[in-house]
Design a protein. Structure first.
Length: 1221
């Protein structure tokens, strides 16, 4: 019995559940959480010390929950998964599938037991039982329905028990405000979807929530504006007076990521729909406007879907409605603007015409043709009437019937709209207009919609469909403007039609006569067998012909009777245009009011001006929208400087990445930060969470129009202190330029006097100050050595080390230059203001006449100025030569130009230098190659830090294998530094390649190392070639470059010139020209080891001129001059009075040789040129007198002027001769 009792106790204990106390549950859970923390500290990046656990299937009891609360183990979120749909069919199904074998066995067991009970009275049929037992089968269950069977009822009771316990525990959990309860329905849900829902609920407390704009928000906004008005200083009172209070509030409101546009319409429809203040919501302290309250509710359910995250929201393309009456010039302007902006141009009425044109075959509407033109095909038809009237009419009717085509309802509506201005149904507009907003390529490109909407109904259609243009442009014209544009062409068309009509009438009249004659001929031929016909029958036949003709041409005669006169046509056309204008103007007013309700911006343009002016006005308005497209949703808030500083101090806003730099100035290439002091006004602007500073109001307004454009530019490079010097003669404007730099950029202006005064005032007890005072008290000039020391001390000022300094009027002697070099004071740029002495005295005279002179006398007399200018001219050449050679930082500026021109020139040069320095520092810091131009590097330093290639270009050597010697260029324009060494390049192209990939051109990656010094070619002068005697030139003095480039032909053997010689591997080569020499210097290995052919040209040896025969002597000596003289005498054919032709020719040649002898002196040649001219003039007397004396004798009064003088001169030459020495 005891054993039976023990077995029964063990059996009951195994069946009954073990129940632990709540405290044990809490302790075990606490230890488990502690172990998880120790074992997996870095379970995810940024994991906190507490939390990060999930407890599954915790007992549902108030006591257990209280135990957790006492231990401080309350979870943040409690998730309850339950199934209430279809009586928990989902849970039942899952439970059945998870325990299918167990449940099925229980069901079989129960069914078997029931079958045995029925057969217990018939034990004798045990065999029958065994046979029927296999027929017991399991019941089939539907997926969403389980019958009430005992096995399923057990599961349902467990579910009901859980729901009862959950209701009790849920009420207890909700008493704690720190715990979030989530109940999720599992029916028709996947584990992933349940996880996502749970995560969303868990993240919800940490996310922003939007809400409708309420009265409390408006009151808070008013308080903020009032507080801001108290703290912020008023910049311009005039602007406040002009702007009303509502507009001020609107400008200061912090709008959301879509500004005043509806974010839901933008996200879902890609349309800029202006939102309304009535449908506003607040999210993340920003206001969002919505087009409807439904869209606002949609936004508040999931605001993250409609706001920007990493990038600004993309704006749709530009969509413009261009409106105006007929004749306003819409189409002309729209076509040009669309082509210029790269968007589509859609002419609405033309588009409608194209839709029905395939069926109508011609355009329809009152504006297409004022009156139907005469049918040009009528003439051929009438000519055919001569053959057969009936056949022609039948054919015409059949053609007309074929032309009639049935139109669809949509096409009929379009035709009615074009013909009678009937409104287009919304269904038709849906098929046309919706595509322009929602389908490609219009959706992503944009368009100018020309002539739509035309009526109030069409404007309301846009509102109902949510199709908003970004802007509506109205071209306003007067009735007189429309008449001036439309009336002349329409009157011209009317006149052309009248002319054609008269021509057709004339042709019709001729045809009528021809037809009459042809009919009479036909009738006569048909009645030729009836010659006995009476006269009355002939008369009847003629009447029949007339009747037929009258019937055929009745229509034309009626038209003749209704012909319109020109004065009537003028009145009719003008009235039609005026009526059409008034009707369209009234319709456009309704359209304008409807678009105003939609808050569409409207631009009004005066269309009465010339077309190109109207086009420019519209284009300038729309182009700003295109250029600022990326910032259409951005909004900036100008504030005062004190408020900006306060926001930065309290970290309410943050400084931008530009710091105190002006982004506009930076985009314009300014690399020197403008001074921001009390004298210079600064304009801060808030954009998003950052504050930007601007040097002028214009720059501020430019930035506010398109902030994204300037934010995305490269960030400013570190500021570099600028050290400049400026020299020049007196009155050249040195101090003016220096003060300009000091006022604009905050540079410290220093003259030697300023430096000495600075030492005396700030360091009066220093040794340097005492030495300066000793010299000054004795009335002596401060020595240059002490002046340089004072300048060096002054340069220690923090302004010089942070902003920069400009040294005014120093150095002025070569000694001062040496002292500056010893003190390592090297300006990055030295400006020389060049001006002549005349301008110096002129400016001095003007200064004396000026009223703004100091009260004390100045040393500006003409004698003092002359001495100063003379001393300056005496020393400036040496200073200029030194700095150009050593530092290459000398810049000459024409001081005779205006002060603005000089300032711009100096500023431009300084900007270039500072930019080069900034790029150099940045690239060197990053380990890249950097250019060293404008860094004041001396030739000595360059030589000391040259890289492995010396003065040779590494890029040319690596890519072409050429030895390009860059030592001939003293400039460092194409030099660069890499890894502490300097390299010189041949040109800008090679420099760019080296800067982009320097590792490829220097060891160890360089493909070609520089040959050793003894293998490098060396240029030689003629004296150096002679000094190398007895070494002779290779190739017997022939040019090797010409020979090899000439494919080693005999003709390519050209002797070299000793002026172009080079030495390579202890051999001398002579070249034809400088070009061939440079080619050899680049590729010596290619040309140095050539062999001459066996056959060489004869050697050209000099021969003395006197050793030549007479003919050769003359050919080599005077051939050219003699040929010119003979040619001249042959062309002129002179005849001197009283001399023979031969002697005249010989004298002319002799004088010509003397006048053009290149070995004679200039005065001698000029003397003989005058004699030659006088000789030619006397030779012309003979033909002149011969022509004048050809007739009979004339009295002196009848002779030509000058005839007597010429005759006397002719007779005087009888015994005088030509007069040559």
């Amino acid at each position: 019995e005891v054993q039976a009792m023990v077995e029964e106790a063990i059996k009951s204990a195994s069946v009954s559940e073990v129940t632990l106390s709540p405290e044990i549950y809490a302790e075990v859970l606490e230890r488990a959480i502690a172990e998880v923390k120790l074992q997996n500290k870095d379970r995810f990046p940024g994991a906190p010390e507490k939390g990060g656990w999930v407890v599954d299937n915790f007992p549902l009891s108030v006591d257990y929950w209280s135990a957790l609360s006492e231990k401080g183990l309350l979870p943040d979120t409690v998730v309850c998964l339950k199934d209430t749909e279809k009586d928990g069919a989902c849970v039942l199904r899952r439970t059945y599938l998870a325990n299918r074998d167990e449940i099925n066995s229980k069901i079989l067991k129960r069914l078997t037991y029931e079958a045995l009970e029925k057969k217990e009275d018939e034990e004798e049929h045990c065999l029958l039982y065994t046979i029927c037992f296999p027929e017991i089968i399991l019941p089939e269950f539907a997926e969403d329905d389980f019958p009430d069977i005992p096995e399923i009822e057990i599961i349902k009771r467990k579910i009901d028990l859980f729901m009862h316990d959950w209701q009790t525990v849920e009420s207890e959990i909700k008493q704690s405000s720190l715990v979030q309860v989530v109940v999720l329905e599992i029916a028709e849900q996947t584990p992933e979807s349940l996880l996502n829902q749970t995560v969303l609920v868990m993240e919800k407390p940490f996310k922003y929530h939007g809400w409708e704009l309420s009265a409390e928000d408006l009151d808070e906004e008013a308080e903020d504006l009032a507080a801001e008005g108290e703290d912020e200083e008023v910049e311009e009172e005039e602007n406040e007076n002009e702007e009303d209070e509502e507009k001020t509030k609107e400008n200061k409101r912090h709008m959301g990521d879509t500004k005043h546009f509806c974010p839901v319409s933008l996200k879902e429809n890609f349309v800029l729909y202006p939102g309304r203040y009535e449908h506003a919501a607040k999210y993340q302290e920003k206001l969002y406007y919505f087009s409807t309250s439904e869209y606002r509710d949609k936004f508040l359910k999931n605001p993250e879907e409609y706001v920007a995250h990493n990038e600004p929201i993309q704006a749709p393309p530009l969509r413009v409605c261009l409106l105006g009456t007929h004749g306003a010039g819409k189409t002309t302007c729209a076509r040009r603007i669309a082509d210029k902006l790269g968007i589509f141009h859609i002419q609405f009425e033309e588009y409608l015409q194209e839709l029905i044109l395939p069926k109508t075959k011609e355009k329809v509407g009152p504006h297409v043709d004022e009156e139907p033109e005469e049918d040009d095909n009528k003439m051929p038809i009438l000519s055919q009437e001569q053959e057969d009237f009936s056949q022609t009419m039948t054919k015409t009717e059949s053609e007309k019937s074929k032309q009639e085509v049935e139109l669809t309802d949509e096409e009929e509506a379009i035709k009615a709209n074009l013909m009678d201005n009937e409104a287009l149904p919304p269904e038709v507009l849906d098929n046309i207009v919706l595509d322009w907003w929602r389908k490609e390529p219009f959706r992503s490109t944009g368009f100018i919609l020309d002539g739509f909407p035309r009526t109030l109904d069409e404007a309301q259609y846009l509102s109902e469909r949510g199709l908003c243009p970004e802007v509506a442009v109205y071209i306003q014209v007067e009735e007189s403007d429309v008449l001036d544009r439309l009336f002349p062409p329409r009157l011209k068309n009317w006149k052309e039609r009248q002319y054609k009509k008269m021509e057709n009438k004339k042709k019709l009249k001729d045809l009528k006569a021809k037809i009459r004659v042809s009919f009479q001929s036909c009738l006569l031929l048909s009645n030729k067998d009836h010659y006995e016909a009476t006269e009355e029958e002939d008369k009847n036949e003629n009447e029949d012909v007339e009747a037929i003709l009258e019937e055929e041409f009745l229509e034309e005669e009626e038209e003749e009777a209704e012909e319109e006169q020109e004065i009537d046509a003028v009145d009719r056309i003008q009235n039609e245009i005026a009526e059409k204008f008034d009707s369209e103007l009234e319709s456009l007013q309704g359209v304008q009011e409807e678009l105003e309700k939609l808050l569409i911006p409207q631009i009004e343009i005066d269309g009465g001006r010339k077309p190109h002016i109207v086009y420019y006005q519209i284009y300038s308005k729309l182009n700003s929208l295109m250029e600022n497209r990326g910032s259409i949703f951005e909004k900036c808030y100008p504030i005062s400087l004190p408020l900006a500083h306060k926001m930065l101090v309290f970290s309410y806003k943050f400084p931008s990445s530009f710091g105190q730099w002006d982004p506009i100035k930076l985009s314009e290439g300014d690399v020197i930060k403008p001074q921001q002091s009390g004298g210079n006004t600064v304009f801060p602007v808030i954009h998003r969470q950052y504050i930007y500073f601007f040097s002028s109001k214009e720059n501020k307004e430019t930035f506010m129009k398109n902030p994204i454009k300037y934010i995305r530019q490269p960030k400013p490079k570190p500021a570099v202190p600028v050290k400049i010097a400026i020299v020049g003669p007196p009155k050249s404007g040195k101090t003016t330029v220096a003060k300009k730099f000091a006022s604009v950029y905050g540079l410290l202006r220093l003259s030697i006097g300023d430096a000495i005064r600075l030492v005396l005032n700030n360091q009066p007890e220093s040794e340097l100050a005492l030495l300066l005072k000793w010299h000054l008290h004795k009335g002596l000039t401060v020595p240059d050595e002490l002046a340089i020391q004072a300048l060096d001390v002054a340069l220690m000022n923090h302004v010089c080390n942070t902003t920069g300094v400009i040294i005014d009027g120093y150095p002025v002697t070569r000694k001062q230059v040496n002292l500056l070099e010893s003190a390592r004071i090297i300006p990055v740029k030295i400006f020389e203001l060049e001006m002549d002495a005349k301008e110096v005295f002129r400016r001095a005279l003007l200064d004396k006449e000026s009223t703004n002179r100091p009260p004390y006398p100045e040393h500006d007399s003409s004698q003092i100025l002359a001495i100063k200018n003379s001393c300056y001219k005496q020393h400036i050449d040496a200073i200029r030569t030194y700095y150009k050679k050593e530092h290459q930082n000398w810049c000459v500026i024409d001081a005779c130009q205006s002060k603005w021109w000089i300032w711009n020139k100096a500023l431009q040069e300084v900007q270039v230098v500072v930019k080069e320095i900034q790029i150099y520092l940045e690239r060197v810091k990053e380990g890249k190659a950097a250019g060293i131009a404008d860094l004041c590097i001396t030739p000595k330093e360059l030589q000391y830090r040259l890289g492995e290639f010396g003065q040779y270009c590494p890029v040319s050597l690596a890519e072409k294998g050429e030895l390009v010697d860059c030592s001939v260029m003293s400039s460092l324009q194409f030099a660069a530094e890499f890894r502490g060494h300097y390299y010189k390049m041949a040109s800008q192209e090679e420099l760019d390649k080296f800067l982009s990939r320097p590792e490829v051109y220097v060891p160890p990656l360089a493909p070609h190392p520089l040959p050793p010094p003894d293998k490098l070619p060396e240029k030689l002068t003629a004296a150096e070639v002679k000094a190398l005697f007895p070494i002779s030139a290779e190739m017997q003095g022939y040019c090797p470059v010409t020979y090899l480039d000439g494919k080693q032909r005999y003709e390519a053997l050209v002797p070299g010139n000793i002026e172009y010689a080079a030495k390579y591997q202890d051999k001398v080569y002579i070249f034809e020209s400088e070009e061939k020499l440079l080619k050899f210097m680049r590729l010596p290995e290619k040309y140095w080891n050539l062999k001459l052919p066996h056959k060489l040209p004869p050697i050209k040896e000099p021969i003395l001129l006197t050793a030549l025969p007479l003919a050769g002597y003359l050919e080599q000596g005077v051939a050219t001059s003699l040929i010119k003289a003979l040619n001249e005498v042959g062309c002129l054919k002179p005849k001197f009075p009283f001399l023979s032709v031969k002697k005249t020719a010989l004298l002319f040649v002799a004088c010509h040789l003397k006048a053009h002898n290149p070995r004679s002196s200039q005065p001698a040649r000029q003397r003989y040129q005058r004699k030659l001219a006088r000789f030619v003039e006397r030779c012309r007397l003979l033909p002149y007198l011969g022509a004048a004396m050809a007739g009979p004798y004339r009295q002196p009064r009848a002779r030509p002027p000058g005839f007597d003088g010429s005759l006397r001169a002719f007779l005087a030459l009888k015994d005088a001769g030509p007069g040559f020495p």
